[in-house]
Design a protein around this ligand. Structure first.
Ligand SMILES: [Zn+2]
Length: 102
């Protein structure tokens, strides 16, 4: 089980977009990075191809998980994720309010 998953609301804690919030679009477990929608956007200029016209495309680049913090859906605070065993299931818990994060 990974600390973050798609749809989690997170806050950027370091880097260029520090302080910004967004939802996780994609988790790249092997790279320890996540793509957060609307955060860490880079503009890429592209030349025209047969399929696409020329223009500027905005691409969200993955952020290292060390640079983001989860916003707990229960207490709405920036928190760290812990794990807990409930019955047979391992669940994520908020380290601040101890609430279970689905
Ligand atoms: Zn909490």
């Amino acid at each position: 089980m990974y600390k973050f998953k798609k749809g989690d609301e997170v806050q950027v804690t370091a880097g260029r977009d520090k302080g910004r919030k967004g939802k996780i679009d994609k988790v790249l477990i092997k790279e320890d990075r996540v793509v957060v929608s609307g955060v860490n956007i880079y503009k890429r200029h592209k030349k025209a191809t047969a399929k696409q016209g020329a223009g500027i495309y905005e691409i969200a680049r993955p952020l290292p998980v060390a640079n983001i913090a989860l916003i707990c859906p229960k207490c709405q605070k920036q928190t760290r994720v812990g794990f807990s065993i409930e019955g047979k299931n391992k669940v994520r818990v908020c380290k601040k309010c101890k609430g279970v994060i689905s």
